[in-house]
Design a protein around this ligand. Structure first.
Ligand code: 5AD
Ligand code: SF4
Length: 457
């Protein structure tokens, strides 16, 4: 009988990709995806450690799962409970100590070893399962060489991890510690995975990496390929209409990648390029390795290559020592760039990071006030950007049905959600949509019928 697997995913798109690959790894063992944890044979909590309260949230969730595990045991069954991802990597031993009912804890570099861990943790005829399997090593071999081919694509848009880890060591960030050093997958492996994704229905692929534009790896021609070269090769795949990549560091935008934005039609005109702060003093304390003016120059060069490029960013407010003037500098950078979308956070001291040891940690009220001011400006820009689409006809990749009957949701080239009416048969296709309204978080429009099609049955 099929066993039920439930995976709860927190955090970034890389965790979403990892969760899908964990399901792939477990499929040959007879595990099938379940919609809810209750009654499942295995539950994996794939955690994120980047911002506040991550570990408390994890323990809270584990408390609830413990009760389900007990109910399953009372019925004579077994629920294997696993914690994966960055909290597991950072606090593996603490999880084992505080939540001894957890069967296994493993980091992002270990999930290709899941079958072996499951075998160790599950009781069998030979005896009870091992208590507490912990795997948070950074192995020398790449997990990508040991993963099975992905089972299926969910929908028209797929993720593909091309790079992992980070060598930048921004002083606020845990990623270099939880995900380890930068690692890039060879280009031929990526091209093969992309072709398989397209064959199984993906029209769009988003290339993922913590520092994706630092991508440097062997190409099939024996030369070293950067991300620009990789994107040009991927764009040749028949049926692959759209390419995106995330997340980028301003320091790693090289000439070829900038040029690709102007030369590769499949590369969508949207770029997530985190700046974090507009103050040089804070950028330096963050170890971002660039100044505000470097970022603005880079934006200018990108827009020269692709004039309609929509930009997005991450911001941190209330970094230790941030003054009113530093925060003002962030607001002026935002005004100078004009963002289509953005994510902003209050600084939170992450254990083990250099910034957590700095004096002059700011009050929460100061952080909240600054966050509100920044978010007001960013949402004004986002609404203005969305409203500016009214009257335009945009190609929309239809992804799924909406909440109401007849409603479909798709994505514009600028990564805006677009709500239309139409037949679900349109899912997976790109249709021209006349935009009638731009709202704060989405657009609404009507599918355009080609003139020669009007009046046709
Ligand atoms: N505090 C607040 N925000 C953070 N981020 C990363 N670390 C922290 C932290 N300690 C934000 C950054 C990053 C995004 C993914 O999360 O803006 O780009
Ligand atoms: Fe973290 Fe900085 Fe690396 Fe981004 S570039 S993952 S913020 S250390």
């Amino acid at each position: 009988m099929a066993k039920k697997l439930f995976i709860r995913t927190y955090g970034c798109q890389m965790n979403v990709y990892d969760s899908a690959r964990m399901a792939d790894v477990l499929a040959p063992l007879g595990f099938e995806p379940a919609d809810a944890p209750e009654g499942a044979d295995m539950v994996i909590v794939n955690t994120c450690h980047i911002r506040e309260n991550a570990s408390e949230k994890t323990f809270h969730e584990l408390g609830r799962l413990r009760q389900m595990k007990q109910r399953k045991a009372a019925e004579g069954g077994q629920m294997v409970l696993a914690v994966a991802g960055c909290v597991a990597q950072a606090e593996g031993a603490e999880i084992m100590a505080r939540a001894p009912f957890v069967d296994m804890v493993f980091g992002p570099q270990a999930y290709h070893r899941l079958p072996e861990m499951v075998a160790r943790a599950t009781r069998s005829a030979a005896g009870p399962g091992e208590r507490g399997v912990l795997d948070t090593d950074f192995p020398v071999e790449s997990k990508f060489d040991h993963l099975p081919e992905e089972q299926k694509v969910e929908g028209a848009s797929a993720f593909l991890t091309v790079q992992e880890g980070c060598d930048k060591f921004c002083t606020f960030c845990v990623v270099p510690y939880t995900r380890g050093a930068e690692f890039c997958r060879p280009a031929d492996q990526i091209l093969a995975e992309a072709s398989r994704l397209v064959r199984s229905g993906a029209a769009e692929i988003t290339l993922l990496g913590q520092n994706v534009n630092a991508y440097q790896a062997d190409g099939p021609d024996g030369k070293t390929w950067g991300l620009g070269r990789l994107i040009r090769a991927l764009a040749e795949i028949d049926g692959l209409a759209r390419l995106r990549y995330t997340t980028s560091h301003p320091r790693d935008m090289d000439d070829d990648l900038i040029a690709a934005h102007g030369e590769v039609p499949a590369l969508m005109p949207y770029l997530h390029l985190p700046v974090q702060s507009g103050s040089d003093r804070i950028l330096e304390a963050m170890n971002r390795k660039h100044k505000a003016a470097d970022y603005l120059r880079l934006v200018e060069r990108l827009r020269a290559a692709r004039p309609d490029l929509a930009l997005s960013s991450d911001f941190i407010v209330g970094f230790p020592g941030e003054s009113d003037a530093d925060f003002e500098a962030t607001l002026s950078l935002v005004r100078a760039v004009g963002y289509a979308q953005a994510f902003s956070f209050k600084y939170s001291a992450r254990p083990g990071t250099p910034a957590s040891l700095l004096e002059l940690q700011l009050d929460d009220t100061v952080k909240s006030d600054r966050l509100h001011a920044l978010q007001a400006l960013l949402s004004e820009q986002q609404t203005a950007f969305n409203s500016s689409m009214t009257g335009r006809t945009l190609p929309v990749l239809v992804e799924k049905t909406g909440k109401f009957p007849g409603q479909l949701i798709g994505k514009s080239p600028y990564l805006q959600s677009v709500v239309i009416q139409g037949n679900p048969r349109l899912i997976g296709t790109i249709v021209p949509v006349v935009i009638e309204a731009g709202h704060a978080n989405s657009l609404a429009g009507t599918v355009q019928i080609a003139p020669e099609m009007e009046g046709a049955a």
